[in-house]
Write a protein that binds this ligand. Sequence first.
Ligand SMILES: [Zn+2]
Length: 356
Amino acid sequence: MTFGSRPTIKPWLPRVWRDAETLQIGVHPAEGVLVSGVDRATAAWLTGLIGDRTEAEILADAAAAGVDVAIAVRILSGLRRSGVLLSAPMDSQHLGDTGLLLPELVDLTAAKGSPLEGGQVLTARSRVHVVIDGANRIGVPLGALLAASGVGHISFLDAEYVRRCDAGVGGLSLDDEGQLRVSAAQSAIRRISAMPDAQEVPARQDADLLILCQPWTAHDPLQAHAAGDQTAHLVVAVRHGTVVIGPLVIPGRTSCLQCAELHRTDRDPRWPAVATQLVAAANRAMHEPTSVLGTLAAALAAGQVLAHLDGMRVPDVLEATLELCPPDWQLHQRAWPPHADCGCANGSAQRARAVG
Ligand SMILES: [Zn+2]
């Protein structure tokens, strides 16, 4: 945090009076401060720290309001050390017509330490194209979450029609029954964002990220070759009541889906035959998750996708899966390293971390 030219008290921090002269700004030790000896004039002056005045103007305001300038300087220094100041107000251009993205901008501004950099992350999200294979109870809520987080282009791959059991929270609706799932999914996205119409059958190669949400897709040999098109891809599924997020495959830099299949085959030589039958016999109606598990999968996956897209932290699903199931609801991470017989990854997740 730097002492910018237009100091702004972070607008999301609560301000409460601990007594008649002690103002508390923020509630977390990492982002909070107590200002003591605050009289009526000083309190009024503090409310003016909204980023529309230079520091010189702020100090001139203090003098005009009868606040000792030396005390005003000490207060500003204390606010700066306590992490409660922004260097400038948050940029409203990133909020959209409805202010939908305000929580995202607040979160990113807090994480980056500056509204300018937080806004830059949102701008970058707005240019991303995510393709979701599977307009189902996981894929559509996941797309809606990403759109509501500022991802600018969401498209779906799906040839099926909507059944009543496809309806879900944040996803398809009962009124969509009988429509193409792809079309209904785009309507669901538009309910939460002002996203323009997308291509209904986009080329995978046009995507920045492909998300595989169809049942058993991770075990489909055709999906294993998705690595060949150089598009990053992420598996998201609920299998037998377990939410499985990952692996996130970055072709040429991490292990791939075929690596995971080879590891499974090492443990069970008959696995390829089993997997082939699972993929071929997939009965979608019997593989839709419950509302709770589908929503959990979508939310957990969205967090990993944003981590990957924003580049602010390493996703937990590089060469790994995150798995969650009742009754303990504990999140488990399972490693899927490169397999010696695959040869897809010239590097590893460690290399990806170094590069990305
Ligand atoms: Zn591989």
